[in-house]
Design a binder for this molecule. Structure first.
Ligand SMILES: *[C@@H]1O[C@H](CO)[C@@H](O)[C@H](O)[C@H]1NC(C)=O
Ligand SMILES: *[C@@H]1O[C@H](CO)[C@@H](O)[C@H](O)[C@H]1NC(C)=O
Ligand SMILES: *[C@@H]1O[C@H](CO)[C@@H](O)[C@H](O)[C@H]1NC(C)=O
Ligand SMILES: [Zn+2]
Length: 497
């Protein structure tokens, strides 16, 4: 088993559906408190992250560094030159090599001066170009050494290049060569999801009555998914690609310099000339590998998806688990564009009836399952709405995959597939500790988010809950945000701004 684990991690990942079910507490009736049945108190925190974390470690340990065509010159030359020298020594040493071999030092001195002053006018003893006229190599070398003292900070750039490469490698280890096919499969799934959402929108009475179906569809149309790790890897590679192109020219220009330190000189020169320092700083403020692993967020029209969800998607063979876990997460993100929570949202209209219906359900669930403070404020509507419509979307996909094609709707009651669908949705939000209100969080508490899924008729079909069970009693009127059952609101719309 250990060997298989190392060489065929896929075999292990496909057990995700089973791992989720291993958490179940059979002493808690799903009809009494579904969330605590699926996510017991004292059980694991965010099992999806734990599973990924475990696999990730193995993936990263197996990884061997690559040569990137975008910056292969830098990479190759660094191999022989990775011991970082004091930058002033590098500059002086290369100067002496040029001067002593009677080469023209004028371009070199110009380059140094530009670097020190970022192209602005040079000042006092730091002006260097005129030194090209002094034939005494040692005298000029001493002068340059003094001038460079003030600019020690430039020397840090070689470490920066090494740091960027290291960060690219970390990302490449989880999202490398084989990621292209994975991306296209994921994108395909997302397209299916968009088509399902489009059908629901087209069938929505309130959207038709207000003549906004087309507008909402065109909002949906532009949405796309992007892998967070891939994006930052790409941006980091681009930094070094620019540096590499200047570096290669610099090496060519000084190819007659015997001093091997010319490699470090050209790298640092290229890094500065391309203004990569500030670019890198800006990126470091945004990038965070750990976040790139687990994030899921929407900045319309882009849905940024962490590695975790791709991983779950690719390595989960069980279709119901795929829909319930990564599917529901992505559908939730997609739904954010189609729920009008604040005036600032992209939609100009939203159904007040749908809004009220959703909030009523969450208030009811909150009241019944409060574990440590629970309030359903207006601020939480957008997230609640994204859950309700997101679930609507994945449910339509479930119907498509399990009911329509197989014409087996009779067999779906209490079926393992349907239960797996709900268990996997719960696994996204499992915590083993009591959910205490965090008023800064725009999401409702996780147990409320999951138990509110009772609003969808599929829940009762899955767990065959009696009408007088706690779960069923907490169910309010069925809410459909979009779809043919969505409330036909004729009057109450949020005015457009
Ligand atoms: C670096 O070292 C390798 C082998 O050790 C050699 O083939 C290559 O030419 C060297 N590169 C430079 C720039 O010295
Ligand atoms: C050195 O190069 C500069 C610029 O390329 C040129 O203007 C200058 O005439 C050259 N000096 C000699 C001595 O060739
Ligand atoms: C929608 O369009 C129809 C037909 O053009 C029109 O009669 C109706 O007033 C419109 N509704 C709204 C809310 O603009
Ligand atoms: Zn959200």
């Amino acid at each position: 088993m250990k060997l298989l684990l190392l060489y065929f991690p896929i075999l292990v990942f496909s057990d995700y559906a089973d791992e989720v079910k291993q958490n179940i507490d059979h002493n808690v009736d799903p009809c009494d408190n579904f969330y605590r049945h699926a996510c017991p108190l004292g059980g694991p925190e965010y099992p999806t992250e734990a599973i990924i974390g475990k696999q990730l470690k193995e993936i990263m340990e197996k990884y061997s560094p690559e040569v990137y065509p975008e910056f292969s010159d830098i990479q190759n030359d660094l191999k022989n030159n990775s011991a970082v020298k004091d930058f002033s020594k590098v500059v002086v040493s290369v100067y002496k090599s040029l001067c002593e071999s009677k080469q023209n030092v004028s371009d070199y001195l110009t380059g140094i001066e530009e670097m020190l002053f970022n192209g602005a006018e040079c000042k006092s003893q730091y002006c260097l170009i005129h030194l090209g006229q002094d034939p005494n190599c040692d005298r000029v070398a001493g002068h340059i050494q003094n001038a460079m003292k003030e600019f020690a900070v430039l020397g840090a750039t070689l470490e920066n290049i090494l740091f960027v490469i290291e960060n690219i490698e970390i990302r490449n280890s989880v999202w490398g060569d084989d990621s292209l096919s994975r991306t296209s499969e994921f994108n395909q799934y997302f397209l299916q999801m968009k088509n399902v959402a489009a059908e629901l929108i087209m069938a929505t009475p309130w959207a038709r009555n207000q003549n906004v179906s087309e507008m909402i569809l065109s909002v949906l149309e532009k949405l796309y998914v992007e892998n967070a790790v891939e994006t930052s890897k790409h941006d980091l590679i681009n930094v070094l690609k620019n540096v590499n192109s200047v570096y290669t020219k610099c090496r060519k220009r000084y190819e007659n310099v015997a001093d091997p330190l010319v490699v470090q000189f050209c790298m640092i020169y290229a890094f500065h000339v391309t203004e990569s320092g500030p670019k890198l700083q800006e990126m470091l403020n945004q990038f965070d590998f750990d976040k790139e692993l687990i994030t899921a967020g929407t900045i319309y029209p882009r849905i940024i998806v962490g590695y975790e969800w791709y991983h779950m998607f690719i390595y989960t063979d069980n279709r119901a688990a795929r829909l319930g876990s990564p599917g529901f997460t992505i559908a939730h993100e997609l739904s954010h564009a189609l729920i009008k929570g604040t005036d600032g949202d992209i939609l100009s209209y939203f159904s007040n009836e749908a809004r009220k219906c959703i909030q009523d359900q969450y208030k009811s669930t909150c009241k019944e399952f409060d574990e440590g403070g629970c309030r359903i404020t207006e601020k939480r509507f957008e997230e609640n709405g994204a859950d309700v419509f997101g679930f609507e979307i994945v449910w339509s996909m479930f119907e498509e995959q399990f009911l329509k094609r197989q014409k087996r709707s009779a067999n779906i009651e209490a079926s393992e597939d349907l239960k797996q669908f709900f268990y996997s949705a719960a696994s996204n939000l499992c915590t083993g500790t009591k959910l205490v209100e965090d008023s800064r969080d725009t999401h409702s508490p996780s147990n409320v988010r999951i138990n509110a899924l009772v609003n969808h008729p599929a829940f009762q079909v899955a767990f065959q809950c009696p009408d007088d069970s706690r779960m069923m009693k907490s169910k309010t009127k069925q809410c459909s945000v979009y779809g043919e059952n969505a409330p036909p609101n004729r009057r109450h719309f949020i005015p457009s701004h």
